[in-house]
Design a protein around this ligand. Structure first.
Ligand SMILES: Nc1ncnc2c1ncn2[C@@H]1O[C@H](COP(=O)(O)OP(=O)(O)O)[C@@H](O)[C@H]1O
Ligand SMILES: [Mg+2]
Length: 476
C-alpha cells in the first residue's frame, strides 16, 4: 500500500471524518432511544399504580386475589405498604416478605414523594425494578401506598439489543463508506495517473499523445490544459525547425554567392575590368546581406532570450524622427522618394528607451522606403490621443495583400520572394519591431492597400509602468 497515494490519503481522510461524525451521532441516538424506553416504562407502571389504587379505593378493601391476577396479567409486581413502610400485601414473596418492612431507602422515596418513580435493586432476588408509588385511599383515609414494580432487566435487555443493532449498523455504514471511498478515490486517481503518463510521454517528444478525459470539472480542464500544452509544444518545435531551416537557407544563399564570385575572381574568369567590378560589388552586397541577417538574428535572440536591458530617458520625439530621417535620407534619395513629417507641436517628451524606439522607427522607415514605388513618398505623422503618443509611418508603396497582413510580424515572413530578394531583406525586421513595441508597452497596427500604400501605426505611453526591465518574450 502506497501511503503517499491519493487513494490512501483521500480514503483515510473520509474515513476519519465519517468516524468522527458517525460515532457521536450514534451515541446520542442510542442515549435518546434508551431514555425514551425507560420513561415509557415509568409512565406505564405509574398509570398502573394509579389505576390499582383507584380500583381499591372504590372497593374499599384490599382484594388480594384480584391484585395477584392483575400483577400476573401485567407482568408486574404489586405491593401495599402502610404509613410506616410495613408490608401489607405483596404479589411476590420473593420480592418482600409479608409483614416485613421495605428498605428505608425505598420507603423514603416512595412514601415521602407523592408520585415517586425510582429504580430499585432488590437485595433479596438481586433484580432491578422500576418502581412507581401511589397514595392508597381507603374509606377516604390515607391508609398507605400502593407500589408497582416492573423488572427493569427486560427493558435493559431491549436497550442492549438496540445498542447492538446500532453498533452493527455503524460498522456496516463504515464498511460501506470505506468501499465507496476506495472506489471513488480510485476513480479520481485514475485520470490523474493517465495525465501523468501522457505528460511524461509529451515531455519525451510524443506531442501527438492526448489525455482522453472529457469530464466537465477541474480534472477535465486540467486534461484540456495538458492537451493544449502538448499542441503548443508541437507548434513550438515546428516553428523551431522552420526557424533553423530558414536561418541556414538565408545564411547559405549569400555565402554561396560570395564563394562563387570570389572563386571566379580568384580564377580570373572575368572578361574585363567592368565584369570584375560587378562581381566585387555582388560580393560586397552579399556580405552586407549576411551582416544584416546576423545582426537581426542576434537582436531577435537577445529580445527573445530576455537579455535586453532597456535604458530609459526623456525622449524628444521631434528630434528622434529628424534623426531617423537623416539616416535614411540617402536611401530615400536613391529611390527618388520624398520624406515628410507632420508632428503635432503638443507631443510631450516621452519617458522611454530612445535607442529601441529609434530601432522601431528605422525598421518601419526602411520598409517604407524598400517597398515603395519610384518617386513615391514616406510620411511620418505624430499626435497625442488618450494619454498616448501616436506615430504613423505611411508610404505610397506596393502595399500588402490582405491575406498576408496577419503574418507579416512573424519571423522570416516575406511576402513575395522576388521583391524580398532585394538586398537587406531578412524577414525579421517586423518581428523585432513587434517585440520592441511590446517591451515599450505600446501597440502596433497596420493598414494596407495593394498598389496604394501601407501605414504602420504605433501608440506609446508617455511613461512606462516599469522603468527598467529585463524582459522575456517568446520563451516565457
Ligand atoms: N511598408 C511596407 N510595404 C509593403 N510591404 C511591406 C512593408 N513593410 C513590410 N512589408 C512586407 O512584410 C515583409 C516582412 O517585413 P520585415 O519583417 O521588415 O522583413 P524584411 O526584412 O523583408 O523587410 C516584407 O518582406 C515585405 O514583404
Ligand atoms: Mg524590414
Amino acid at each position: 500500500m502506497n501511503y503517499n497515494s491519493i487513494v490512501f490519503k483521500l480514503g483515510a481522510t473520509i474515513f476519519v471524518i465519517l468516524t468522527a461524525v458517525i460515532l457521536p451521532l450514534i451515541f446520542t441516538i442510542d442515549r435518546l432511544i434508551a431514555r425514551s424506553y425507560i420513561s415509557d416504562a415509568h409512565r406505564q407502571i405509574h398509570q398502573l399504580a394509579e389505576q390499582y389504587s383507584k380500583t381499591l379505593a372504590r372497593q374499599g378493601a384490599i382484594d388480594r386475589s384480584s391484585l395477584q391476577t392483575a400483577a400476573n396479567l401485567t407482568g408486574t409486581e404489586i405491593c401495599i405498604i402502610d404509613r410506616k413502610g410495613k408490608l401489607v400485601f405483596t404479589s411476590n414473596d420473593r420480592l418482600f416478605r409479608r409483614g416485613t418492612h421495605v428498605s428505608r431507602e425505598l420507603a423514603k422515596s416512595v412514601i415521602l414523594k407523592k408520585e415517586a418513580q425510582i429504580e430499585y435493586k432488590n437485595p433479596i432476588n438481586h433484580q432491578t425494578y422500576f418502581v412507581s408509588g401511589n397514595s392508597l385511599h381507603l374509606f377516604n383515609q390515607v391508609e398507605g401506598r400502593l407500589l408497582v414494580f416492573s423488572s427493569s432487566d427486560k427493558i435493559r435487555k431491549s436497550v442492549d439489543h438496540l445498542e447492538l443493532l446500532v453498533l452493527a449498523s455503524m460498522i456496516g455504514a463504515l464498511l460501506l463508506a470505506s468501499i465507496f471511498t476506495y472506489v471513488a478515490s480510485k476513480k479520481l486517481a485514475s485520470p490523474l495517473l493517465q495525465m501523468e503518463k501522457v505528460t511524461r510521454e509529451v515531455a519525451k517528444g510524443k506531442f501527438y499523445r492526448k489525455v482522453d478525459i472529457s469530464s466537465n470539472d477541474e480534472l477535465g480542464s486540467l486534461a484540456l490544459a495538458i492537451n493544449d500544452l502538448g499542441q503548443e509544444l508541437e507548434r513550438y518545435r515546428k516553428r523551431q525547425k522552420e526557424f533553423f531551416a530558414n536561418v541556414s537557407h538565408d545564411l547559405r544563399t549569400p555565402i554561396s554567392h560570395i564563394k562563387g564570385y570570389a572563386q571566379v575572381l580568384h580564377d580570373r574568369l572575368y572578361k574585363n575590368e567592368q565584369e570584375q567590378d560587378l562581381y566585387l560589388s555582388i560580393i560586397l552586397d552579399e556580405s552586407n546581406q549576411l551582416n544584416a541577417l546576423i545582426t537581426d538574428l542576434f537582436e531577435l535572440s537577445k529580445i527573445e532570450g530576455g537579455q535586453l536591458d532597456l535604458q530609459f530617458n526623456w525622449i524628444n520625439i521631434h528630434e528622434l524622427v529628424e534623426n531617423c530621417f537623416l539616416k535614411v535620407a540617402l536611401k530615400a534619395k536613391q529611390r527618388e522618394l520624398r520624406l515628410y513629417k507632420e508632428l503635432d507641436g503638443k507631443i510631450p517628451f516621452v519617458y522611454t528607451d530612445g535607442v529601441r524606439l529609434e530601432q522601431i522607427l528605422m525598421n518601419l522607415l526602411e520598409n517604407a522606403i524598400r517597398y515603395n514605388k519610384i518617386e513615391g513618398y514616406v510620411k511620418v505623422k505624430g499626435w497625442v490621443e488618450k494619454k498616448k503618443v501616436h506615430l504613423s509611418i505611411e508610404d505610397s508603396g506596393v502595399g500588402i495583400p490582405d491575406e498576408d497582413l496577419p503574418f507579416i510580424f512573424e519571423r522570416f515572413y516575406k511576402i513575395d520572394k522576388s521583391r524580398s530578394n532585394r538586398m537587406g531583406s531578412t524577414g525579421l525586421g517586423l518581428s523585432i519591431v513587434k517585440h520592441l513595441v511590446y517591451l515599450l508597452e505600446g501597440e502596433i497596427k497596420v493598414k494596407s492597400k495593394v498598389n496604394e500604400g501601407t501605414a504602420f501605426h504605433v501608440a506609446l505611453p508617455f511613461q512606462l509602468k516599469r522603468e527598467k526591465v529585463t524582459t522575456k518574450i517568446g520563451n516565457e
